[in-house]
Design a protein. Structure first.
Length: 131
């Protein structure tokens, strides 16, 4: 069984055109048949095409959607645990959004720690002055 190089659909032996997209199917030469097959030879046609797409330096589906992180930074600020979870989930696929959510969560946590420290210092000063 062969696969169409354009759309990845299965093409029966002896067929000259892909039944899905109509692209002419090339017959392999003897050299192509004996050459080393790629590591993803047993992967589904979709996975094989996706890997080739990324290998060519294209951003892919997620790269085109990974724009603007301000909204997720605000979400991470108001809900730090959500920002942390989004950072961990998206760090490989959507790095810009992950960075925004992570920075928002980090700012909130650092701000919270700073406020607690100021409160402790304020209480220590008040108690120290009274006695």
């Amino acid at each position: 069984m062969k696969y169409c190089e354009n759309c990845g659909a299965q093409v029966e032996e002896g067929t000259r055109y892909c039944t899905r997209c109509g692209t002419p199917v090339k017959e392999k030469t003897a050299q192509e048949t004996t050459s080393r097959k790629p590591e993803y030879q047993h992967a589904t046609p979709y996975v094989a095409r996706e890997r080739e797409f990324y290998a060519q330096g294209n951003e892919g589906y997620y790269g085109s959607r990974d724009t603007g992180a301000a909204g997720f930074g605000v979400l991470g600020f108001f809900f730090p645990i959500v920002g942390l979870i989004l950072f961990l989930v998206w760090k490989d696929t959507l790095p810009k959004r992950a960075k925004g959510a992570g920075i928002g969560a980090l700012v909130k946590v650092l701000l919270g720690v700073g406020i607690i420290l100021l409160y402790i210092i304020f209480v220590a000063i008040i108690l120290g002055i009274r006695y």
